[in-house]
Design a protein around this ligand. Structure first.
Ligand code: NAP
Length: 519
């Protein structure tokens, strides 16, 4: 099968054989994708000219209804999409459900946001501000939809959720979307577009798909366009420095690497519910999607006196994780997504091992249900550093796989804050403790370095999805190393796709404008 792009309102096949998309458990070729010869400039022009005006003519409520129809379509084809994510992504059924259900839930959340915003087409930011002594001169901030195209470049790990979370926000804001999934796991995105095209939910030009390498895509971006990227820091740097993006001032949002930390408070004892909660969350993050989750816990801060006990408890649980082909009964962790991912994870692990020691891994692992020597498997791997060690790689190198490092600390909020902040900006970190002053100090210390903080306590253990789950209502992104981006966050996310403008004038004119201008 050769996957096509959906641009200029039709399916177009790229030239040549293109890249092979594999089943990472068996290395069987599933399809090829090529975007060679696809005219990216024309695709962007079409989205701007056709999709933009059609979407801007709709109110938030109407766009919300289309997003709701999209959620219903995904839900209807849930099993098929889950199957594709398993085959092409190396996901266990549970991993694949996390991706597809995450996409549906995010679409639903933004459909609801659209309904709540109602029959208007601009957002009013705050109250009118009196500008002089006379009350008749006022200023009012408003947000209106940008007239460009939203280009979304996604990572391989969440082909459904990653696409949906970006698209939902841009479409609700009224911008057409051109999405470029990571090539290696693009079967899900391709099928999703086939379903969307057949269902004719969206106006022509509202949604385009580039199936294959980006090529010169970003060179054609303009000043009203938005580029939202998720992926590695090196690619992010390239995109930020694309001459067209720099020269024309394209708006860019980056979601990149992150060395997320989880801190166990000094008050927590091994017989407590909070300890179990912590252990469970760390285990889930190390093994779910084989650790290929941008929000996964990479650094585990444990009070020095408890590190030996914690290390043994976690190693026991990791040993019990059945690794293999997700199609095989009983498998709890699949392979990495690509051969390149496996090489990068193994290289990263050697780097981390220089900082400390290996506590748990399974050399010579025989993955269940996999032909001999096949598949991109790495066993769950736990490392540990000495208390007080510099461990430069542990705090600066993200291993995007089933790996984490125990970092013992002295139990003080000051040292916890200092160690976590060495990660130089992260998506999410967490603190598990019932000691309010400790939690409060750590929260204050860590907040400037993160887009989200998770406060784990026994009270929420039963109802919490853990720190690794990105939620549509809350912002996702982080400063520094994490890309300095911000996505989602309910209505907050719309601002990226809209222009904030201060309007100065007489109060009656401004009030009338807000009434008639689509408010
Ligand atoms: P990647 O190699 O940077 O690729 C990400 C996307 O960028 C893919 O769609 C890729 O397309 C595309 N790309 C590569 N080179 C490009 C170029 N020169 N111009 C335009 N697009 C280009 O990252 P990855 O390996 O897919 O993902 C792993 C990384 O993503 C990890 O470091 C992880 O931390 C990060 N990540 C972050 C988040 C977050 O929310 N912060 C979420 C998930 C992953 P091709 O596939 O066609 O090469």
């Amino acid at each position: 099968m050769k996957l096509k792009s959906y641009v200029c309102g039709e399916w177009r096949e790229g030239a040549g054989e293109g890249e092979a998309l594999l089943n990472p458990a068996t290395e069987e070729i599933l399809a090829h994708a090529s975007a060679d010869g696809i005219d990216r400039k024309k695709a962007l022009d079409f989205a701007r000219a056709e999709g933009g005006p059609a979407l801007r003519a709709l109110s938030f409520k109407q766009r919300g209804e289309l997003i709701q129809n999209t959620a219903a379509l995904l839900q209807k084809h849930r099993d098929e999409l889950i199957g594709l994510a398993m085959t092409n992504g190396g996901n266990t059924r549970s991993d694949a459900k996390f991706d597809v259900d995450g996409a549906v839930a995010t679409l639903q959340a933004f459909a609801e946001a659209g309904a709540a915003l109602g029959d208007r087409r601009l957002l009013v930011d705050g109250e009118a501000i009196q500008l002089g002594r006379a009350p008749r001169l006022v200023g009012q901030h408003v947000l209106t939809t940008r007239h460009g195209v939203a280009v979304h470049v996604n990572a391989f790990n969440f082909p459904a959720w990653g696409l949906a979370e970006k698209a939902a926000v841009a479409l609700l804001a009224g911008m057409p979307v051109l999405t470029k999934p990571a090539t290696s796991s693009a079967l899900v995105a391709h099928r999703l577009f086939e379903l969307l095209e057949a269902a004719r939910i969206w106006p022509a030009g509202a949604l385009s798909l580039l199936m294959g390498r980006a090529g010169d895509l970003t060179e054609h971006l303009e000043g009203q366009d938005c580029l939202a990227f998720t992926g590695g820091a090196t690619t992010a740097m390239l995109l930020r420095n694309t001459p067209g993006v720099v020269a024309r001032g394209t708006r860019i949002n980056v979601e990149a690497d992150s060395l997320n930390a989880a801190v166990l408070g000094p008050d927590v004892t091994p017989d407590s519910e909070t300890y179990d909660f912590f252990l469970k969350d760390v285990l889930r993050d190390m093994t779910q999607k084989a650790g290929q989750k941008c929000t996964a816990i990479r650094r585990i801060l444990v009070p020095e006196g408890l590190s030996e006990r914690f290390r043994d408890d976690l190693a026991d649980r990791l040993e019990a994780v059945v690794v293999g082909n997700p199609a095989t009964e009983g498998v709890r962790m699949g392979p990495l997504a690509t051969a390149a991912q496996k090489t990068s994870v193994l290289e990263g692990l050697s780097l981390l091992a220089r900082d400390g020691r290996l506590v748990h891994s399974r050399p010579g692992l025989q993955p269940k249900g996999v032909p001999d020597g096949r598949g991109f498997f790495v066993s769950p791997t736990l490392l540990e550093v000495e208390p007080g060690a510099d461990a430069p790689s542990v705090h600066s190198h993200e291993v995007f796989g089933p790996a984490a490092t125990i970092v013992p600390y002295d139990g003080s909020s000051a040292q916890a804050g200092e160690l976590v902040s060495r990660g130089a900006g992260g998506l999410v970190s967490s603190v598990y403790s019932e000691d309010f002053p400790f939690v409060s100090e750590v929260t204050l210390g860590l907040a400037p370095f993160h887009g989200r903080l998770f406060l784990g306590s026994a009270k929420i253990a039963e109802v919490s999805p853990g720190p690794g789950t990105v939620l549509p209502q809350l912002v996702h992104g982080g400063p520094g190393r994490a890309g300095n981006g911000e996505e989602l966050g309910g209505e907050r996310g719309l601002a990226f796709y809209m222009q904030r403008t201060a309007i100065e004038g007489s109060r009656p004119v401004i009030e009338r404008f807000l009434k008639q201008g689509g408010h």
